[in-house]
Ligand binder design. Structure first.
Ligand code: PLP
Length: 374
């Protein structure tokens, strides 16, 4: 059996090696490493894939979030509502810009931001909601967009884990994650569902004015060279990464299906096990399984992880500590016990190997190793 990894980038690369190598070689031959045609080609192909008006490629997913927020003209102390059970980047850029991350609890079933919690957290200073489509399934965008409209708030989607997930509104309209809010952001970090071979990210919007501003901010605040209209940053997707992404974008739907097949395998192995709660599937969003994350019931998680390690089965805790209990985000308003769902999740979640190259033999071995050790 092939060694089991959380993410197996090598086996995936081997299957598309000739195309990837040719794409990279083309960049080397033209030496347009920055702002080359590879970047614009990928940008347009991504716009088509997402059915969104503007894709603005940037340096990484965290920059995408930062630039998105910078484009909204928020003032110091303005509040951005974001979940407490997630990766740090979303709250991090809010704090970095002198804005206030207002953390809220999540839903136990979906791991995503709780709509009820958002409603309760709105104050006159609230300017934006930044939902994270955690583990590959969209948050409740129907209600989030409704709340935003009623309260005149921006919605910035963190779609770093959800590229390709499709959300269906009550009226039947379907939209790609990251294209529903005023702005969407994604990451092309190698292990993401659409990953490059270094750092990369992108901002999405259907708003022409915001798109223009986002482009300017990501390029030192200049539209005309050496004339700086805004305080900006330097954040670009380079041509080598764009070449890789343009190849991999063609396979994204296949990759998503491979992840969903692995998830189905896990589901059927665990669904009748009383100690494992399998990830719930939203009726409104497809699930692209950036992670396959179970909740353990009455299981010593450390012990299980140790036993799995002995059998060479990796498993990770995403995420061990909610943001409101992180040292850097200490806030007298947040105490342990404040967000009980997030805190409970941190104590019981376990993410299993999930990537495009898992085969049946590996999946058998993983599920068997888990069932035999809980
Ligand atoms: C990966 C990730 C990011 C950050 O992306 P980088 O490209 O690593 O900067 C932000 N938010 C979420 C939810 C992520 O998973």
């Amino acid at each position: 059996m092939k060694q089991i990894q959380m993410v197996d980038l090598k086996s995936q690369y081997d299957k598309i090696k000739s195309e990837i190598d040719a794409g990279i070689q083309e960049v080397l031959d033209t030496t347009t490493f920055i702002k080359g045609s590879k970047v614009t080609d990928f940008q347009h192909n991504m716009e088509k894939y997402l059915a969104v008006k503007h894709v603005i490629p940037v340096g990484n997913g965290t920059d995408a979030l930062q630039i998105a927020l910078m484009s909204l003209d928020l003032q110091a102390g303005d509040e951005v509502i974001t979940p407490t059970f997630t990766f740090i980047a979303t709250a991090e850029v809010v704090a970095l810009l002198g804005l206030r991350p207002v953390l809220v609890d999540v839903e136990f079933d979906t791991f995503n931001i709780s709509v009820e919690a958002i409603k309760k957290a709105i104050t006159p200073k609230t300017k934006a909601i930044a939902p994270v489509h955690l583990f590959g399934q969209c948050a409740n965008m129907q209600e989030i967009m409704q709340i935003a409209k009623e309260n005149n708030l921006y919605v910035v989607e963190d779609a770093c884990q959800s590229i390709g997930a499709e959300y269906t509104f009550d009226n039947g309209q379907r939209m790609q994650s990251g294209t529903i809010g005023h702005i969407g952001c994604t990451s092309f970090f190698p292990s993401k569902n659409l990953g490059c071979y270094g750092d990369g990210g992108a901002v999405f919007t259907n708003d022409d004015e915001l798109a223009e501003k986002i482009r300017i901010i990501s390029n030192h605040g200049m539209k005309v060279r050496y004339y700086h209209d805004l305080v900006g940053v330097n954040s670009r997707l380079d041509s080598v990464q764009a070449a890789v992404l343009d190849v991999k974008l063609k396979y994204l739907n296949n990759y998503t299906e491979a992840r969903q097949r692995a998830a189905d395998f896990y589901d059927s192995a665990f669904k009748n096990n009383e100690k494992i709660i399998i990830p719930s599937r939203s009726a409104k969003s497809s699930h692209v399984f950036h992670q396959y994350t179970v909740k353990l019931k009455n299981v010593d998680r450390n012990e299980l992880q140790k036993k799995l390690q002995e059998r060479a089965v990796p498993a990770m805790i995403y995420y061990p500590v909610p943001l409101h209990l992180q040292k850097a985000y200490t806030d007298p308003r947040y105490k342990a016990g404040h967000f009980p769902v997030a805190e409970a999740l941190c104590n019981c979640v376990l993410s299993l190997p999930m990537h495009t190259e898992l085969d049946e033999e590996q999946l058998e071995y993983i599920t068997k190793s888990i069932i035999e050790n809980i």
